[in-house]
Design a protein around this ligand. Structure first.
Ligand SMILES: *[C@@H]1O[C@H](CO)[C@@H](O)[C@H](O)[C@H]1NC(C)=O
Length: 430
């Protein structure tokens, strides 16, 4: 924003100065010439220098903007539905080129097969791919790891051929937490199940989701249980790190851990906070931070307001002192590739929409896309066949690019939920 303003004012003062120069040229007096020099210095040289300094300071660490979507001028607040409809499937010719140099994790779900295709097509854009396949469950007095039937071996070998992205299936810890965390035998069993599955299937590690479950069970309010929970994650990380992957150049298996945003302005006992981040920094290779789902049908609005994202990053990283550098690189800022279609009637409703739903809505309603400056998101309104007004929030090239820039300014990676839900040209930003 301010960059644009800078350039505009520099250009207009240059124009103004040209006029002044012409009108004074006829005059020969020395003092006038001095005045002209001062004018030139003041109105041309200074703005030019300031623009150069500005570009050097603020743009050069930014990413190369030669990808298709930038060349076509599509990364703009001033977007329109026609451009989205005609351009959404077009990307740069070379899909191997990465623009985002920090870690990029992409989730793939079994219920949306498009993600499997995208993972192959844009493999080089990712450092980590996480198919959502496994649940670790209690079964009588023991534990089982369910989900092998989801694992698609042919797809895995195709991914290995397509690029270097690590494959870390997600495991959700559904097992009864008190049993699991207080009994040493159960903890060891859980870890053994996970490590064995990685070895047998040739994975590069796992993404673990458990904090939200533990929070739902209410065990994180108890300080000793909370501590056991952290110890369990540590133990799992150490166990994974002690195994080297055969498939992947003898690298250690990795653990990525899913964390949610704090539940309120002030950190609660059950929230995952900066201290937890430090406690786990050795054992965990990445923290997949779920910075989306800010709004819901009861409170329609943007999915991931930029200021909220900034607040969360400050909360987690702002006060972590010397170790912050190594920690920020492990944060994978969550970016949603899905949107929401909220109905604004009294009995509010609506919910998630995917790329294809969004395109269908644009085609049918030809809406005016609006830019919400506060949240940094595009949205539009439409009225359905029952005369009910809807508000649709779906990511745009501009909204995603702002979040990438935010993550980059911290030195964070990103995680995308989920790669089958977006439009093809979103991948051109990565
Ligand atoms: C595509 O980009 C990659 C990474 O920059 C490069 O190594 C490769 O040679 C490029 N391929 C083509 C066909 O230009």
């Amino acid at each position: 924003m301010s960059k644009k303003r800078d350039r505009r004012s520099a250009a207009s003062s240059t124009r103004r100065d040209n006029r002044i120069e012409q009108s004074t040229r006829r005059d020969d007096s020395a003092s006038d010439r001095k005045l002209v020099t001062i004018f030139i210095l003041f109105f041309i040289v200074a703005p030019v220098i300031s623009v150069i300094v500005y570009r050097f300071r603020f743009s050069s660490p930014s990413y190369p903007k030669e990808s298709y979507v930038y060349q076509r001028g599509l990364v703009t607040t001033d977007a329109n539905y026609q451009d989205v409809l005609t351009e959404n499937s077009k990307v740069s010719e070379n899909t191997s080129q990465r623009s985002y140099t920090y870690p990029v994790l992409g989730y793939i779900t079994t219920w949306n097969s498009r993600g499997y295709e995208m993972a192959k097509r844009f493999n080089s854009k990712f450092t980590h791919l996480s198919p959502v396949w496994y649940d670790l469950k209690s079964q009588q007095a023991s534990l089982v790891l369910e989900g092998r039937h989801n694992a698609d071996k042919r797809w895995i070998s195709e991914l290995r051929m397509a690029g270097k992205a690590l494959i870390l299936p997600r495991v959700v810890l559904e097992a009864l937490p008190v049993e699991l965390l207080t009994k040493k035998k159960q903890r060891n069993k859980a870890i053994n199940l996970i490590v064995t599955e990685c070895k047998e299937m040739g994975y590069d590690g796992i993404v673990l989701e458990s904090w939200s479950r533990w929070s739902a069970y209410g065990i994180l309010h108890d300080p000793s249980m909370r501590n056991l929970a952290l110890q369990f994650i540590k133990q799992l990380g150490q166990a994974l790190h002690s195994v080297v992957s055969e498939k992947n150049h003898k690298q250690q298996l990795q653990l990525v851990y899913v964390i949610g945003p704090p539940s309120s302005q002030n950190l609660q006992q059950h929230d995952f906070g900066p201290k937890d981040l430090e406690t786990l920094s050795e054992a965990v290779d990445g923290f997949s931070l779920m910075t989306y789902d800010f709004s819901n049908p009861q409170n329609p609005g943007p999915n991931a307001p930029l200021k909220w994202i900034q607040f969360i990053l400050h909360l987690l990283l702002g006060s972590s002192g010397n170790s912050a550098q190594s920690l920020t690189g492990k944060i994978l800022l969550g970016i949603n590739y899905y949107g929401n279609d909220f109905s604004l009637s009294r009995d509010s409703g609506g919910g998630t929409i995917l790329g294809r739903d969004y395109l269908a809505l644009l085609e049918k309603h030809r809406p005016e896309l609006q830019w919400d400056k506060n949240s940094g998101e595009h949205f539009f309104f439409y009225t359905d066949d029952n005369d009910i007004k809807h508000a649709v929030f779906y990511p745009s090239l501009k909204s995603i690019s702002l979040r990438l820039e935010e993550a980059r300014s911290w030195g964070c990676g990103i995680s995308i939920w989920e790669i089958g839900q977006g439009l093809d040209y979103f991948f051109d930003l990565l």
